[in-house]
Design a protein around this ligand. Structure first.
Ligand SMILES: [Zn+2]
Ligand SMILES: [Zn+2]
Length: 275
């Protein structure tokens, strides 16, 4: 039973209309799909929803929920960010869930928002400008922001937990097997456990050619399994054809790590279903 609650349409940086994702999901016999544009932020970006579009977004997806009732369950989500002064979208009328992600950091001295998961050049710029060239400090700050978000504004789903590895193939910027890295991740897992948040297994990095592994990495998934942290399989699709990209490989991997279930939103309830 495949679903995805992480999809980007032309309301943000995705390539087609929400309805195209729903039609693709019906063709692929999904029981449910969630639409989840990047929520509006305080500053200019080319990848988040424009603030004036939120009402139209909600109306559009709520309309589609009605239109396709009986064929597929459509849920309305937002992928939200976390930064000083962020709007809390949880509880927004009609919204079914949020995916909490950290994509950038506020650089107070320069009064700029700087990318954490952009291009390798952007990563390097953030490292150099905000952290004086220290990648470890950047990475630790990222995981601290995730932890703060979990305690201050716990989302329904935690988005792409170790997204920083996107630019780190061959340990180009930092070494993911060092103890400080594992400690930083374990701090996030503690917060996830306490706040009872679902972690997404995100195949978008592989589908878009950024990573060879899913987010999170296998060793993190193994730690999550020990802690009984629930997970949901998400594709972070930016095109309707990609809504189940690498799902078969993902399920195989999860089963090899001892997982038997995922937690999905079905009949308006988050429930465990077999993988
Ligand atoms: Zn994201
Ligand atoms: Zn996304």
């Amino acid at each position: 039973m495949f679903t995805t609650y992480h999809t980007h349409s032309h309301f943000c940086d995705g390539s087609m209309a929400p309805e195209d994702y729903i039609l693709s999901a019906i063709r692929k016999k999904f029981p449910a799909i969630g639409i989840s544009s990047h929520a509006p932020v305080h500053f200019e970006t080319c990848w988040t929803m424009k603030p004036g579009k939120l009402k139209q977004y909600m109306q559009t997806v709520l309309g589609l929920k009605e239109k396709y009732r009986g064929q597929i369950q459509v849920y309305v989500g937002l992928e939200t960010d976390f930064y000083p002064g962020v709007v809390d979208y949880r509880g927004y009328p009609g919204l079914d869930y949020t995916i909490g992600s950290v994509h950038f950091i506020y650089h107070a001295a320069g009064q700029r928002y700087m990318a954490l998961d952009g291009t390798p050049e952007e990563f390097q710029e953030t490292r150099d400008v905000v952290f004086h060239g220290e990648a470890r400090e950047l990475v630790e700050k990222y995981y601290q922001l995730l932890t703060d978000m979990l305690y201050q504004q716990a989302p329904s789903i935690l988005g792409h937990l170790d997204i920083l590895k996107k630019n780190n193939s061959g340990n180009r910027f930092f070494n993911e097997s060092e103890s400080w890295y594992r400690k930083a991740v374990e701090g996030v897992l503690d917060a996830i456990t306490e706040q009872q948040v679902i972690v997404e297994v995100n195949t978008g990095g592989i589908a878009r050619g950024y990573t060879s592994e899913m987010y999170p990495s296998d060793w993190i998934l193994a730690c999550m399994r020990e802690r009984n942290i629930p997970l949901v399989l998400n594709s972070d699709a930016h095109h309707p054809d990609k809504i189940d990209a690498y799902y078969l490989q993902a399920v195989e991997k999860l089963k090899s790590l001892g997982y038997t279930h995922q937690r999905i939103l079905l009949d308006n309830i988050w429930q465990d279903v077999p993988l």
